[in-house]
Design a protein around this ligand. Sequence first.
Ligand code: ACM
Length: 545
Amino acid sequence: MKKITFFLVSLISLSTMAQTNITIIPKPVELTQKSGYFNLNKSTIIIANAAVKHNADMLNFYLKKFYGFALPVKNISTYQNVKNVISLGLVYPEEKKKDQYNLSVESNKITIGAESNAGLFYGIQTLLQLLPTDKGSVKNINFQIPQLTIKDYPRFQYRGMHLDVGRHFFGVDEVKRYIDYLAYHKFNTFHWHLTEDQGWRIEIKKYPLLTSVGGFRNGTIIGHYPGTGNDSIHYGGFYTQQEVKDIISYAHDRYITIIPEIEMPGHSSAAIAAYPKLSCFPDESTKIKPTTPWAGSRTGKQVQQTWGVFEDVYCPSDYTFKFIENVLDEVMQLFPSKYIHIGGDECPKEAWKRSAFCQKLIKEKNLKDENGLQNYFISTIEKYVNSKGRSIIGWDEILEGGLAPNATVMSWRGEEGGIAAAKKHHNVIMTPDKYCYFNYAQIKNSDSLNIGGYLPLDTVYNYEPVPKELNADEAKYVLGAQGNVWTEYIGNDSKLEYMIFPRMSALSEVVWSPKEKRNLQDFKSRLTVMDKRYQLWDANYCKRN
Ligand code: ACM
């Protein structure tokens, strides 16, 4: 018995030792480590034909970025006898899964074969995580990569991260950094929240005031809502259409789709400040509480300087619908994504209740009430978006008053909206705030300003996107999950990184790795190396205690 125990203990510690330097996040489907190493050095060659040349360039992009060198790329078809190569190629594994890649590291060759170029890119991300976390080793490039085989593919087709650039603006380079963070973790969707009460961030040529007026506010509250004062700093910014194209192309190079969000009918103060006729009450000033710390004029329509939900929302008039159609025309011209996010959340109904126009419309269209009007609003826009060959996503409030026919629901106020939508056979993206809001504090007694909630790393890691209330057929409507980052209290890149890391790493495993492979303790042991990788990326992160 003792002998058996000793044997077992030795076996376990041997396998742990063998695994110590392999710390890939998200955890691959299958990984077998072998003895020995491949030595990556200055003589290593990347072999790639024209079909995968882009991915060879991407590998070099990251080698250069992290370690300051690039490898020669050759297109040679008979390389069997060539030594010291990284070979990239499109292959068709027998049990083909979407975006699968197979990675093998042998003594004198690394091979990444994938079902698609996206799969190949994921294989490259895995390879990069087999390289040192230490920039210093570049002087004498000789990276020892453990011999192994990996077979890997994603669990969910939708693996998303969101960023609100309305409350605080993040410039082109910052957004690109964010996109790279998604890429390292094999996320494939960036949900770009582009319009808010506190700022409209995308140039729309037909409506220049959206950015020249709506892109800026006269100040921002100081401290937690309701604020201890106002900083009186003229604040804002926006992306030109050229910059938007550049960012879309940057994401596309990394197999990331950008879903733009143009909010409606609520969260529209900035657009209304630019074009007051979008309001049911164009001549009324924006309602600002006397106690709200404010900079500049309190009269007329104003871009918001504080946080929350605001009464002045889009009026469901012909003027508004034409405006939105024109805006969406430009947005759809820029963004090739199948989905256009049209918001739909947190739309107070006070203005519609006291608007004679809205009350008449409710009667004319035989709607039940203002919730029916919300449904009418969303359905009208959905029809327009569908007529252009695209589909809408909306926050789970779009369930109120009946669901627009082809809409995909993003479930944020818990899982209920997602469950209800999946049961109605609508596609669902799970992003319940309790698990997926990375603007919530991640440690108790956080020393920085945060929005109310508390979302520790373990809770993110243990999140299961398919609610147990769904049967197997309904579960198919859950496309995946997404981490959200609302930026009321996130005003710069460093804070943004602090808020997403390491929780985004945890979520990447939730959406990529097989459910049965997930193990919190194992994840945490790999995270100690990930911390060093965050440093390699020059990224800030939350140092847990
Ligand atoms: C949201 O957090 N209002 C979608």
